[in-house]
Ligand binder design. Sequence first.
Ligand code: FES
Length: 677
Amino acid sequence: MADDALVIFTPSGKRGRFAHGTPILTAARQLGVDLDSVCGGRGICSKCQVSPGVGEFPKHGVTVSPEALSAWNSVEQRYKDKRGMLDGRRLGCQAQVMGDVVVDVPPESQLHRQVVRKAASARVVEMDPATRLYFVEVAEPDMHEPSGDLERLANALREQWEIPRVEAGPTILRKLQPVLRKGKFQITVALYRDHTGISRILDVWPGLYEGALCGIAFDLGSTTIAAHLSDLRDGSVIASGGIMNPQIRFGEDLMSRVSYSMMNPGGDIEMTKAVREAINTLSLNVAEEAGIDPLAIMETVIVCNPVMHHLFMGIDPVELGQAPFALATSSSLSLPASEVDLTAINPEARLYILPCIAGHVGADAAAVALSEAPQLSEDLVLIVDVGTNAEILLGNKTRVLACSSPTGPAFEGAQISSGQRAAPGAIEHLEIDPETKEPRFKVIGCDIWSNEDGFAEATASTGVTGICGSGIIEAVAEMRMAGLVDPAGLIGGPEQTGTPRSRAAGRTHEYLVYDGSAQNGPVITVTQGDIRAIQLAKAALYAGARLLMDEFGTETVDRVVLAGAFGAHISPKHAMVLGMIPDCPLENVTSAGNAAGTGARLALCNVAARAGVEKQVGQIHKVETAIEPKFQQHFVNASAIPNAVEGFPHLLKVVHLPDVSHNTAGSESGTRRRRKR
Ligand code: FES
């Protein structure tokens, strides 16, 4: 009888021959099979669980006997009694090869398990975080061979885990001695090892640590800050939260914050302090929601635009306010989170900030590129991350271009008369009957249309409170389709539109969406000012996209991806009616949800993604909107609603509105529309 045996691992299909008595964990390591282990084969962490098969495996050409693995041992029994284990499972570090065997590695035992994103594009995220846990047995001190506890811990990591060199800060040095003694020189180490070669101890616990190990991906926007608290072991998002960016009180958009810094000595320091405090508060909020100790948060990743980047890092953004828009650094940053006052989390936690693409195109655009991977696309894709500042990417396998466009906060419901953030009670969908001009709407938190039975009861607790970003986009587009506004964006009066809902408001008109005054509720209208704000925002967005198309040398794109914190909620039809995006078959317009946030999560969960985005950013060609004269020209042309009609005349059911405007002559599309008729 041969004294070795064939071991086949599934699902990887990796196989090899091993001497009888070889632990399955050892065989897996030698073959490069993805089998987890925190305790290094000591039978205490249970991460190495496998499911051996018995019987015929014609596909692999083997027959597996029940004796193919060594007998169930006392270590496995002890673990099963104490913690429970599924029937048929074995501990890979205990079960030894005794005959040909097929061993399945279940997903939860895979070190680099794959997590399928719940977005339309269903990207698979491979778990390979920078921070992992390692259980080690450290040699006890010996007077005859004097060495420090840290040096003996470093030796143990080298010998037991092949980690060549580690460093540790004062927090760890203060903890290490009591932890080692409490754990009888058996401890668990949280070790950070990133793609740059840093190996740093972030925390230590006596014995085997089985508590939480988390990281937060932050999407630091000009208006809102979003946080996703993720489990660093399996990539799952265990809590998400958001908070308004407190810098709003210094200026709503980026340039007004840069001006605040220029005009007020020390203004940048105030804004830095405000945003760091907000991030600390948000960290505590998500930790509380997840029910974890904030000290279990070992890593943070931040994506943001360049001005937010500089203000967060404590760098005066003054250079970003004027050409040539020089960044202090465009490289990615990896540093202790405490250096930027992120003190609510583990004191040794690390911070990674994605690289910026250029002076106006930041780490948030890099994160969108990481998430959506336009450089892998066969067809020409336009990716628009809608926010206070829109990040726009256009490209395919041949090249990728990027720009950013100052849309202002209108798309986020700010600067809109009845605007509000997306919260229960906010109108998020709206339709207007083109015949009667009567609206109906849905609010966040209720699935019933406002003209359906049960709406009043269903919204009794939230009320109808205002219009959020996606709601205002639909409202303006529906008003256009119903003939309540003309191509120039002017709201018609009651005589022109045939509805008393179009009513006078000073020297202009407004459209009444909802009157809750009888119940002491709000009166929700869309005013001429609202339409103007949306026109400016959408023209900036469209002009940015057009500029990239010019640069690419194309008149059309194959598909459009809408992204952004509320990108998932924007209706492609309405976005196209408004002329926010270039014409494209409607079915080729998709939502990617919060792509920047997803990119941040990818970087949090996978160190290779960090190296990847750093390389990718170096290959993206940046187009500067601020100094490009054509941007202005496209902007003017794009202010009409829509800015092109050829691609979707079916969407404009009623467009024949008495001309209440006086200035469509300068509008390319206005001219085109008249020619068409
Ligand atoms: S490796 Fe920890 S129990 Fe097997």
